[in-house]
Design a binder for this molecule. Structure first.
Ligand SMILES: [Zn+2]
Ligand SMILES: [Zn+2]
Length: 584
């Protein structure tokens, strides 16, 4: 049995309870299943292993796994099904997997649509919406119906685009496996993956080897390969079990650099580079850089290609033909000190089990230090108006401030190296009118205050912009979290005038977040670039709800690099004392 199977079932139960049961207390039950699913998803050991060793008692030792849930897990281990789950799916024959990733079409909406219109699938939903049947229901409107259709269109359009963070660990594993294979000389994953683009259609891998057939055979026989779509002497195309297609191309060692260049840059970057070569009497293709007489003058080393074209090395994330070729020409005076992958000293957006996180503040801090080398984190639990996430009220926040003070001593007690610092903070909810749900004198006591929007997504552009600029003008707010609210492939951001918000952020010295959750990446690359050009400071945060999520910082940094952010643009590259002085 795999942990992911039970995670899926628990999510389905949580979803179906909301449709099947009318009891107001179901919200607690839903939370229990969702929390359990989150915790299990992040476990590094198999549930079955725990159960075989220590039985139900062992399961109950896992955080957020109570009596009832542990018995459900036992039932699944023994019989490979859970009766309660089967009862629910029989009672409500919904195609849940189609629905539960649809932002803005939650279980509450589906409950009504199921009861009134017998809608059980996305195609039912699309049909009803395009026939205007949904707008006629009580509590619905033409606007809501239009939004439903838009969400469906968006999810269809993006179906074949994979999120970088979803494929990253697996592709890295394949890359390192190929790299260490004896017959492989060099291996590189190229394409949009190397450019750290937020989504991608497929993956391109290059290898150089003296034994192409051996490498191709090794590649197509990897355990993750679901189907071999094509196979030649020096190339192969496969589909992995997660659905993504991977192209393997064997190139000669003397062309490895030029092929890496050719398959990494986007089309326009490559065209510009080829034209640049022509303008100085050279010829560039995937096999190398050549003189008019077809003599190869560069090819095995990617950096050398750029050098011979009188350019500094252009980082892969920037190869989008957005001015990088002009900027990196040798006669450009100012060097670009781009934010780098090891530059972050802290994380200013993390959650604990006090709200919707899954670990204690202490565990979050210890792991941030030990596993991710950070020097500080801010605990930014949700606030009271976000009831679903168990948001904290003023008194609970004050308690948490005290607790964090004590914890700062506890966690540093045995440490000989520099002090780790937990900052007291909150992800304060911005209300519909742009005010906050926590009173000023409590906010004054926090080390740092983040604020974000979690409701009223469909306000008009003017009102939404006003709401955010009002928040930015609030002297208490240091950082605006996930400023545009987009969820990649699922929800476009709320409609706002980004430039207006950047101007206000600059004037009021409000920091904007680059949220590293790979389904958010908010701000996105183009907005980051605008922010940087406007002198707005940024913070790259994980929004971790569990310590493993600190790994997402990588994606935020990738996005920041794509937005040309320099190290000095990112405030959490600073030491904690300097950081606190810099805040407004
Ligand atoms: Zn949030
Ligand atoms: Zn958050």
């Amino acid at each position: 049995m795999k942990n992911v199977e039970i995670v899926r079932i628990f999510h389905e139960i949580a979803y179906l309870i909301q449709i099947a049961e009318n009891d107001p207390n179901t919200v607690y039950k839903v939370r229990a299943y969702e929390k359990a699913a989150d915790v299990i998803e992040n476990l590094t050991v198999g549930l079955e292993e725990i159960y075989l060793k220590n039985g139900v008692q062992g399961l109950r030792k896992i955080p957020s796994i109570g009596n009832a849930i542990s018995l459900k897990i036992e039932e699944f281990i023994k019989s490979h099904k859970i009766d309660y789950h089967q009862e629910l799916t029989t009672k409500i024959p919904l195609k849940i997997s189609e629905f539960y990733n649809m932002r803005g079409i939650g279980p509450k909406t589906i409950k009504i649509l199921y009861e009134k219109l017998k809608i059980t699938s996305i195609s039912d939903l699309e049909k009803a919406a395009s026939e205007g049947r949904i707008a006629k229901l009580n509590g619905f409107s033409k606007m809501k119906e239009k939004n439903i259709l838009r969400t469906i269109q968006l999810s269809k359009k993006n179906k074949t685009r994979y999120l970088l963070g979803d494929v990253y660990p697996l592709i890295k594993k394949i890359e390192s496996r190929l790299t260490t294979e004896d017959s492989v000389i060099r291996c590189a994953v190229v394409g949009s993956f190397r450019r750290m683009k937020e989504t991608m259609g497929d993956i391109d891998i290059l290898v150089s080897t003296k034994e192409p057939e051996k490498v191709v055979n090794f590649f197509v026989n990897m355990p993750e390969v679901e189907e071999i779509k094509g196979k030649g002497k020096a190339k192969a195309f496969v589909e992995l079990s997660n659905g993504i297609g991977v192209d393997l191309l064997v190139v000669p060692e003397e062309s490895f650099g030029s092929a890496s260049q050719y398959f990494t840059g986007n089309k326009d970057h490559n065209i510009s580079l080829r034209n640049l070569a022509i303008s100085i009497g050279l010829h560039l293709n995937e096999w190398g850089l050549f003189t008019k007489k077809k003599k190869q003058i560069a090819g095995d080393d990617e950096q050398e290609i750029y050098e011979k074209l009188h350019l500094d090395y252009i980082p892969p994330e920037l190869r989008e033909n957005c001015g990088e070729i002009e900027y990196f020409s040798n006669n450009q005076k100012e060097r670009l000190d781009l934010i780098d992958y090891g530059d972050l000293k802290g994380d200013l957006h993390t959650h604990s089990e006090k709200t919707d996180g899954t670990m204690s503040i202490k565990d979050m801090a210890l792991q941030a230090r030990k596993k991710f080398g950070l020097d500080y984190i801010a605990i930014t639990d949700h606030t009271k108006s976000l009831r679903l996430a168990n948001g904290l009220n003023e008194n609970q926040l004050l308690d948490q401030i005290n607790k964090i003070q004590e914890l700062n001593d506890v966690i540093n007690e045995y440490s000989t190296d520099s002090r780790f610092r937990i900052l007291s903070s909150a992800e304060v909810n911005i209300l519909k009118d742009g005010t906050l749900d926590i009173v000023k004198h409590v906010l004054d006591k926090l080390d740092i205050v983040g604020a974000s929007i979690h409701s009223n997504f469909s306000l008009s552009k003017d009102i939404q912009t006003e709401r955010l600029t009002k928040a930015a003008k609030n002297p208490n707010i240091d950082i605006l979290f996930h400023p545009t609210g987009r969820i990649i492939n699922k929800r476009e951001g709320y409609s706002i005038d980004v430039e207006k918000i950047l101007n206000t952020a600059c004037e009021t010295r409000t920091v904007l977040e680059i949220n590293s959750s790979y389904n958010r990446l908010d701000l996105r690359d183009e907005h980051i670039r605008l922010a940087v050009q406007n002198g707005v400071k940024l913070a790259i945060n994980s929004d971790a709800h569990h310590p493993v999520h600190f790994a997402y910082l990588l994606f935020g940094i990738g996005q920041a690099r794509r937005g040309w952010a320099k190290k000095i643009d990112i405030i959490n590259t600073l030491k904690v004392d300097t950081l606190l002085k810099e805040l407004k």
